[in-house]
Write a protein that binds this ligand. Structure first.
Ligand code: ZN
Ligand code: ZN
Length: 128
C-alpha cells in the first residue's frame, strides 16, 4: 500500500502532494518494468527470475532541474552483499541524474523551493 503525503511550507507559499510507496498491482513485474529504461530491464528480469531479493517503490525526491519535489520509481536488487539501485522515469520528466532521492520523508529536513522555509510532511491517505 502506498501513502499520500502532502508537503506544506511553514510560510504557506508551497504545497505539493506526492504518492509514494508501492501500489498493490506493482508486485507484478509487468506493471513496473516500463517505468525503467530498456538498459535496466535485464537486471530487473533477472531479479524476478532468481527471486534473489528486490524491492520496488515510488520514492519522494527533489529535482534540481525543475526545483521541485517529485516522485521517481526505484528498483533495488540485493544479491548477497551486493546491491544495485535503478531510478526510473521521474514524474516531472527530468533525468534521474538531476534528482536527489529522499530516503525518509518524515525525518529529513526539507526546505521550501520558493522561500527556503521548512516543509512539514502530512499523511493525507493511502493508495492501493
Ligand atoms: Zn524535474
Ligand atoms: Zn515556502
Amino acid at each position: 500500500m502506498g501513502r499520500i503525503v502532502c508537503l506544506e511550507c511553514e510560510n504557506g507559499d508551497y504545497r505539493k502532494t506526492l504518492r509514494i510507496g508501492t501500489g498493490q498491482k506493482e508486485s507484478e513485474k509487468d506493471n513496473i518494468i516500463n517505468f525503467f529504461a530498456t538498459a535496466h530491464h535485464p537486471a530487473i528480469h533477472l531479479a524476478y527470475e532468481k527471486d534473489s531479493g528486490y524491492s520496488f517503490s515510488h520514492y519522494p525526491a527533489f529535482c534540481r532541474a525543475c526545483s521541485d519535489y517529485i516522485t521517481a520509481p526505484v528498483f533495488e536488487t540485493m544479491v548477497g552483499s551486493y546491491s544495485d539501485r535503478f531510478i526510473g522515469k521521474t514524474d516531472c520528466g527530468d533525468k534521474p541524474d538531476d534528482i536527489q532521492l529522499i530516503y525518509n520523508i518524515d525525518t529529513e529536513e526539507l526546505l521550501c523551493p520558493i522561500c527556503k522555509g521548512r516543509l512539514t510532511p502530512k499523511t493525507q491517505g493511502y493508495w492501493e
